[in-house]
Design a protein around this ligand. Structure first.
Ligand code: KIV
Ligand code: ZN
Length: 521
């Protein structure tokens, strides 16, 4: 199939959500899907509809609202999964069913416990069933890079004959190398007679840190769809980082002789949103989106850069969405300045939202001399967190007494959704522990805190601190985030956000399960 663009397939909401310690509400997935739409991705894999009632609801909600890109659901190569995927996708403007089945000897022997012929038939039947519902069907032979090439090619030929319109070659365990993978993809064009009837896709994991290199090598081999996740999220070490793949293609169009349809200026906002909602901070030196990615620190580099930018910069930061600091805000700034700065960061607010944000901004400006673009992003996300989970708790007061001569003690007051305020005091091993114990005394939900991390949003002693907390309950992990110039207050917000998200995810799962039971009756 001749193509002038590489299809960008985002699986942040499916493979990305398989990252250990992730878990999103339906509203959070929808916010990310809207941003992926602004970014211009061609396909959004919105989830795995058959895996849980909550995932089903998320796929269906996204399929109903997001109309431009293809919306896709994953499905194992079994009838029940394919039916369920279609049920979730049927209202989409452009639906796709993505069905998969293991193909490597090690998976057939130990995971599937089936022979090659049975697996081949299952693959063909799954694609035929999916095509019965939908004209756009993708098939993935899982663990393709450890599959005997002759069997892999025969399977690809058979599924295309059965109606697959995209054939995806996953490097499921991140095992291949760029040169080897390029040859495997070239082999498809040489050995599979009907290959031109389908789009060839790749899906690379990052176990050896090669996922982006392997994806780009696959383009050289003829692949025309790349799957990946924003910020490289995904199972284990993650998937190919989509922003790196996109900028690799775009920056080296001279080499790849092909481009994408991505609005690259939305990359940084998308990365920040995904980081904030998933609760996974971005490493400082991460390519494209890390906060050091466009900083020049050594004297020799700075000198040359100031003479001519291209001496040490291969991309313009603005091109990937880094926005300048033309306007600096402080406590004397007005609404017009705030509106302009928010616009620079990609936020367009209604008058009512601006009123609310202006009040929060004034409080922040009282604590901080200069309010930067990054501070405003953090402030906006804090507002979203508060609004997203209106049914549970908000932090009203935090008071701690601590030091090296006394037992840390915290008093916390939370307000619940009915407006009832409850206050508790508790002691702990440190101020944060005391705060969490006081919150436990109010929420009365047995949870275990498994992770606590603090990051500063900008530099300086008055910087905003962003706290990420993970809690565990009944084997599931929930993340929470909070920000404040006071890290103890940020910790209280993050802990309450984790509890709120847990309550919301559990409630959404229960509602979806009841709805499913009611329709089955
Ligand atoms: O890694 C993998 O093989 C997958 C498939 C389901 C495409 O995620
Ligand atoms: Zn995967």
């Amino acid at each position: 199939m001749a193509q002038d663009k590489v299809v960008i397939f985002d699986t942040t909401l499916r493979d990305g959500e398989q990252s250990a310690g992730a878990g999103l509400t339906v509203e959070e997935k929808l916010r990310i899907a809207r941003q992926l739409d602004r970014l211009g991705v061609d396909v959004i894999e919105a989830g795995f509809a058959a895996s849980s009632p909550g995932d089903f609801d998320a796929v269906r909600t996204i399929a109903r609202e997001i109309r431009r890109p293809v919306i896709c659901s994953l499905a194992r190569a079994v009838p029940g999964d394919i039916d369920r995927a279609w049920e979730a996708l049927k209202d989409a403007a452009r639906p796709r069913i993505h069905t998969f089945l293991s193909s490597s000897e090690v998976h057939l022997l130990h995971q599937m416990r089936k022979d090659r012929e049975t697996i081949m038939n299952m693959a063909v039947e799954a694609v035929k069933r999916a095509r019965g519902y939908c004209a756009d069907v993708e098939f993935s032979p899982m663990d393709a890079t450890r599959t005997e090439p002759a069997y892999l090619y025969a399977m690809i030929q058979a599924v295309i004959e059965a109606g697959a319109t995209t054939v995806n070659i996953p490097d499921t365990v991140g095992y291949t190398t760029p040169a080897e993978f390029r040859e495997l993809i070239r082999g498809l064009f040489a050995k599979v007679p009907n290959i031109k009837k389908a789009v060839v896709s790749v899906h690379c994991h990052n176990d050896l840190g090669l996922s982006v290199a392997n994806s780009l090598a696959a383009i050289e081999g003829g692949a025309r769809q790349i799957e990946g996740c924003i910020n490289g999220l995904g199972e284990r070490a993650g998937n190919a980082s989509l922003e790196e793949v996109i900028m690799g293609i775009e920056t080296r169009r001279d080499h790849f002789k092909i481009g994408t349809s991505i609005n690259t200026r939305e990359i940084v906002p998308t990365s920040r949103l995904v980081s904030s909602i998933f609760g996974f901070p971005i490493q400082y030196n991460k390519a494209i989106v890390g906060q050091n990615a466009f900083r020049h620190s050594s004297g020799i580099h700075q000198d040359a850069y100031l003479k001519e930018r291209t001496t040490f910069e291969i991309m313009e930061p603005e091109r990937v969405g880094w926005r300048g600091d033309a306007i600096v805000l402080g406590k004397l700034s007005g609404r017009a300045g705030l509106r302009a700065k928010l616009k620079e960061q990609g936020y367009l607010l209604s008058e009512e939202e601006l009123d609310r944000t202006f009040a929060a901004f004034k409080r922040l400006a009282d604590e901080k001399k200069e309010v930067t673009g990054l501070d405003l992003v953090s402030l906006m996300e804090e507002q979203h967190r508060a609004a997203d989970v209106t049914f549970a708790y908000t932090v009203d007061k935090v008071h701690v007494v601590c030091g090296n001569q006394q037992k840390p003690t915290a008093t916390v007051r939370l307000v619940d959704s009915r407006g009832t305020a409850t206050e508790r005091t508790a002691e702990g091993t440190g101020p944060v522990d005391a705060v969490c114990k006081a919150i436990d005394g109010i929420a009365k939900l047995p949870v275990t805190l498994t992770e606590f991390a603090v990051n500063s949003v900008t530099e300086g002693i008055d910087a905003l601190g962003e706290v990420t907390i993970r809690i565990e309950r009944e084997g599931r992990v929930y993340a929470g985030r909070g920000s404040s110039t006071d890290i103890v207050v940020a910790s209280a917000r993050a802990y309450v956000n984790a509890i709120n998200r847990m309550l919301m995810i559990v409630e959404q799962d229960e509602i979806a399960t009841q709805r499913r039971a009611a329709t089955a009756r």
